[in-house]
Design a protein around this ligand. Structure first.
Ligand SMILES: Cc1cc2nc3c(=O)[nH]c(=O)nc-3n(C[C@H](O)[C@H](O)[C@H](O)COP(=O)(O)OP(=O)(O)OC[C@H]3O[C@@H](n4cnc5c(N)ncnc54)[C@H](O)[C@@H]3O)c2cc1C
Length: 415
């Protein structure tokens, strides 16, 4: 069998898992090349703990090369061009021909499309979806003793629909610990109807209830129009709101290189929800950069999309790797992603809940919510360690735990 070249774009959650799983399953005659412009892998699921002072920034990132199996070539360069039909990827120094391509390039954050948001972020607002904004938010809240904080979702879709909600709960706990909670108003403003829309209405209602019990004001269906940094004011379709501290999630777009390659239609890459295949032969895409329409819906005729989250990218990557490896090795078996996942919801005070279930269910996604407990918070810490662990043994044990308890069966055999 002639050696194949598999190129994986992006060394975030989806790309790392894909490259490592492929390497485990394929002989070294097949080349695996992983490309990322960043030398470091950042585990964003721990980013909010940096803001609350529970982690140092160094604890949530690691050099990509230390998280890779041996015999994976890591190219630390920006991808400049993807030609999915001609099967070529270009960086500043290389032009690589591939037999298989796996795209996991995540999202670009685009504050510039909201009038005034970039200006506000240069002043006292923080973008807590990138590392600079995370450290800025950590430094600002340390001195914050009184006033109104708005956690703002600028536009849909955005990755980790848990994050703004659990951030409000973590801030509730943080300011309580500091003895100033009664002087700090915490608001979440979002275009969504309920928290974590892709989970279905039941879980959304429970999480909203947790926030209300914590004294967080949840402002749903608030569509952002502009920000005025001079007046510390946010303008929504429903009216204006003032803030002392704005913690923003900027709008998300597919990375430019994806748009220029004609892969985004018109916004994200459409893929088959089970196989993650794009319309191009032997080209797969996964994670935050794709759009997957769910079979279920809340309101008739209003499409529901699979959320963007590391937990989905993780198992989509495993499915892609297994199918590519089987195809290359001449094995008949093929699998599909079954739509199961689970996500922790940090609740503050050393507790976390867990939203767990089946996202491809009809008539709505079928998830259950395990109430916040110290045990689930401990499980989230183990999940954090898993992402940045260099030990194959530890990762193997965690894989068993996550696949058999936390997520449920993530794959389905189809052939
Ligand atoms: C604050 C926060 C908290 C979160 N918490 C959770 C959580 O608790 N649980 C959870 O499941 N998910 C969580 N997420 C979401 C999770 O981080 C993402 O869904 C996940 O990382 C998606 O994986 P991905 O592989 O699609 O993209 P990413 O992990 O974003 O990886 C994309 C990679 O592509 C690279 N790249 C992009 N363009 C180029 C280019 N042109 N050239 C070279 N490289 C390029 C980037 O450098 C990056 O390394 C959180 C996110 C945030 C921001």
């Amino acid at each position: 069998m002639a050696g194949k070249t598999i190129v994986v774009l992006g060394a975030g959650v989806g790309g790392l898992v894909t490259a490592n799983e492929l390497r485990k399953k394929l002989g070294v005659e097949h080349k695996i090349i992983l490309i990322d412009k960043s030398k470091e892998h950042v585990s964003y699921s721990s980013a909010l703990w940096v803001i609350t002072g529970d982690r140092a920034i160094e604890e949530i990132k690691k050099p990509v090369t230390r998280l890779l199996q041996s015999n994976i070539e890591f190219l630390n360069e920006e991808i400049q061009k993807i030609d999915p039909a001609g099967k070529i990827v270009k960086t500043a120094t290389k032009e690589i021909r591939f037999d298989y391509l796996v795209i996991s390039l995540g999202v670009s954050l685009t504050p510039e499309i909201v009038p005034g948001l970039t200006d506000a972020l240069q002043k006292n607002a923080c973008n807590f979806y990138d590392l600079n904004g995370v450290t800025k938010a950590r430094d600002v809240i340390k001195g914050f003793t009184k006033g109104t904080i708005i956690i703002m979702v600028s536009a849909l879709p955005y990755k980790c629909p848990v994050a703004p909600n659990e951030f409000s709960l973590l801030l509730n706990s943080y300011f309580t610990r500091r003895g100033v909670r009664k002087d700090v108003k915490i608001k979440v403003c979002t275009p969504e109807v309920l928290p974590m829309g892709g989970n279905g209405p039941k879980t959304g209602g429970i999480v909203k209830g947790l926030m209300e019990s914590a004294g967080v004001e949840y402002n749903s269906q608030h569509v952002l129009q502009s920000v005025n940094a001079e007046k510390n004011e946010v303008v929504f379709d429903k009216g204006k709101m003032n803030y002392d501290l704005l913690l923003a999630i900027p709008p998300h777009k597919a990375p430019k290189v994806i748009v220029e390659a004609g892969l985004a239609e018109p916004d994200w890459i459409p893929v088959d929800k089970g196989t993650l295949k794009t319309k191009f032969d032997k080209v797969y895409a996964l994670g935050d950069v794709v759009k997957v329409k769910l079979p279920g819906e809340w309101k008739q005729g209003v499409p529901l999309m699979l959320s963007k989250g590391g937990v989905f990218a993780h198992f989509e990557a495993k499915v892609i790797a297994e199918n590519i490896a089987n195809e290359i090795s001449g094995k008949k078996e093929r699998i599909e992603y079954a739509g199961r996942a689970a996500c922790f919801v940090e609740a503050g005070f050393g507790k976390a809940g867990l939203a767990q279930g089946y996202f491809f269910a009809t008539p709505t996604p079928d998830t259950v919510f395990l109430q916040p407990s110290k045990m689930l918070h401990f499980s989230k810490i183990m999940f954090e360690k898993y992402w940045l662990s260099e030990s194959a043994l530890f990762r193997g044990i965690m894989d068993f735990f996550m696949e058999n308890w936390m997520y449920g069966e993530y794959k389905r055999k189809v052939v």
